[in-house]
Design a protein around this ligand. Sequence first.
Ligand code: NAD
Ligand code: IPM
Ligand code: MN
Length: 355
Amino acid sequence: MAQFNIVVLPGDGIGPEVAAAGVEALKAIGDVYGHTFNFEEKLIGGIAIDERNDPYPADTDAACLAADAVLLGAVGGPKWDLQPKRPEQGLLAVRKSLGLFANLRPMDVAPSQAFRSPLKEDIVSGADMLIVRELTGGLYFGKQTRTETQATDECLYTVAEVERVARVAFEAARKRRNKVTSVDKANVIETSRLWRETIIKLHKAEYSDVELEHALVDSMAMHLVTRPKSFDVIVTENMFGDILSDLASVLPGSIGLLGSASLGATGKGLYEPIHGSAPDIAGKDLANPIGTLKSVSMLLRFSLNLGKEADALDAAIEAVIAAGQLTKDLGGTLPGSEVTKAIVAQIRAGASVAA
Ligand code: NAD
Ligand code: IPM
Ligand code: MN
């Protein structure tokens, strides 16, 4: 019997819908396994701008810093586009404040579900990769300047920043299929040359047992859709990782399926689906909750050390997918809330089978 403090940041658009799914799943896990999750909901993003004139209010930051883990829905939307204060600044601020430099974005295509992919089944069936995206450096956090007629974005990386995220990738590879693909644009960009040299040195010094290859980001985008099965762990800088992970989400059939864990030097983490606030479907109960529920599974595993509970949630998700209880993005007919209910029912049923 344990108690955990979870900060929930619903945010904007479909954010509140999918965050609610995550809370329901955690409550079911708590009931079944005898844990108490204390939820504290805080403002972030556009709604925080509306209510507090700040995309990341100080009390949200304090709560996140004090929590055992943070669950986030999504931020942003057309209402706040091109304003000086942007919802996305809230997301960057929470990642930076918590020191979450490694963003883990797993993607796999179970052979039984490969037919849902828009790509050919034999190309995607069995693909299984982990994208490790650097999350607190690069263009996202460099100095920006702007005049009427020009703008600049600084892209800065230090050796220490590259090393720490590369370590996460190499360690993960050792527990998987022992291969790392490092993605950069070293033929053009100086930070990419530093990235590649640093990874080569670290590999030689500490991880020579892991297979390492380098890929340029442009052809990598092509290889991700032509031979996705050849990749195990992919490590890359902030913006390349953002773009390549949305690309990879096409393989299983929907961006709504992918979750993520953002981790730093401590056990604390931020867990969020990789998709955005999806303004086109917000408020219609069409959002696929599975990406968020997979994020919750990682929250249980990585921040709360509850591996058995994470396995139970993963199994519940798989059972519901296998039964074809799906939202529209995957060709199903169920509202998102019904998919969540089905997964919660599986959590409870799975526990009674085990008992
Ligand atoms: P998006 O990921 O919100 O949506 C892209 C497409 O995928 C849309 O057609 C949407 O309907 C669909 N989609 C996304 N999630 C889905 C789900 N769970 N179920 C079913 N379909 C889903 O990307 P966008 O449209 O480029 O961005 C919209 C807003 O979200 C922007 O303001 C952007 O800044 C923000 N954004 C936020 C995050 C985040 O909070 N982590 C991530 C990406 C984008
Ligand atoms: C994501 C999003 C964010 C990012 C934006 C909204 C700041 O696209 O989480 O993938 O680029 O990191
Ligand atoms: Mn993104």
